[in-house]
Write a protein that binds this ligand. Structure first.
Ligand code: ADP
Length: 263
């Protein structure tokens, strides 16, 4: 079912979580970028259109500076994101260039996506980039957003973008290969939920554990994202971006993941 869903989708939004982009030491994982790029290339060669929503500005900032990891003051966090966003895009630009793929950056805040006028501009820019063969990479503008005006997590941002673009599919790449009945990092006997058609029921049946150190929303925001897109008839896949060639493996039916289907 997952394989068919990917193959049948032309417009795909792919969101990458911070823990997926980074290695165990909290540095940007260069191998991930190279491998991810080759997967995007395979998808574009298949005629698919791709929008990327990428987290990781803060971790890229820490990775560049080698300090401020534990600074909790807002202005330090925002400064880290300002430094890291450039580094993050540089990593994308360099690896995508190897495959002759061009990228464009769009940074948004919650206000941008709740204002109908600005939404139209974002939509037009996205369509123009894609029509011209450029891959948009979107992130929340963390250097200018404070909690009160934030979308807060890129799972929900990716869902809003999928709805705005009228995507055929949203793929969330995380450090986990799906939703489990309980946190698999804490429970060896956790069971993966492979196909989900009733999200309200899933919410009642699973327990939400904590997330990794650089993740923001954990499994809760992934389920919120699934709710947002499936309401608009868009399916969502949650898969493990840490596994090499994950999207290809899903197409080739070699990996498991969770698939949320519209009701
Ligand atoms: P990302 O950085 O990809 O956005 P997060 O770290 O925020 O990811 O969230 C994914 C994490 O959520 C997993 O690594 C896992 O430890 C945790 N988690 C908690 N409860 C569950 C659950 N029921 N099923 C799957 N993962 C869970």
């Amino acid at each position: 079912m997952i394989s068919e869903t990917i193959l049948d989708s032309k417009k795909i939004v792919i969101k990458i979580g911070s823990n997926t982009l980074s290695d165990g030491e909290g540095m940007l994982n260069r191998d991930f970028f190279m491998n991810f790029t080759s997967q995007v290339k395979r998808l574009t060669d298949m005629g698919k259109q791709i929008i990327i929503v990428s987290s990781g500005a803060r971790i890229a900032g820490v990775s560049t500076l080698g300090k401020w990891k534990r600074k909790e003051d807002l202005h330090y966090k925002q400064a880290l994101c300002a430094i890291g966003q450039v580094e993050l895009m540089d990593s994308f630009r360099r690896s995508f260039k190897e495959e002759d793929l061009l990228i464009g950056q769009i940074l948004v805040t919650r206000d941008d996506l709740s204002d109908p006028g600005r939404t139209v501009y974002i939509r037009n820019t996205l369509f123009t980039l894609i029509d011209e063969g450029v891959i948009p990479i979107i992130n929340e503008n963390d250097s200018v957003s404070v909690d009160e005006i934030k979308i807060g997590d890129n799972d929900n941002l990716a869902a809003l973008i999928a709805n705005l673009w009228n995507a055929d599919l949203l793929i969330l790449l995380s450090d986990i290969d799906g939703v489990y009945d309980k946190n698999p990092k804490e429970h060896d006997d956790a069971v993966i939920q492979e196909t989900i058609t009733d999200i309200a029921k899933l919410r009642r049946e699973i327990s939400f554990g904590s997330s990794g150190s650089f993740g923001t929303g954990g499994i809760r925001t992934k389920i919120e994202a699934a709710e947002k897109v499936t309401q608009y008839g868009i399916p969502m896949i949650l898969a493990c971006g840490k596994h090499e060639n994950i999207i290809s493996s899903l197409i080739d039916k070699k990996e498991k993941a969770s698939l949320f289907l519209p009701g």
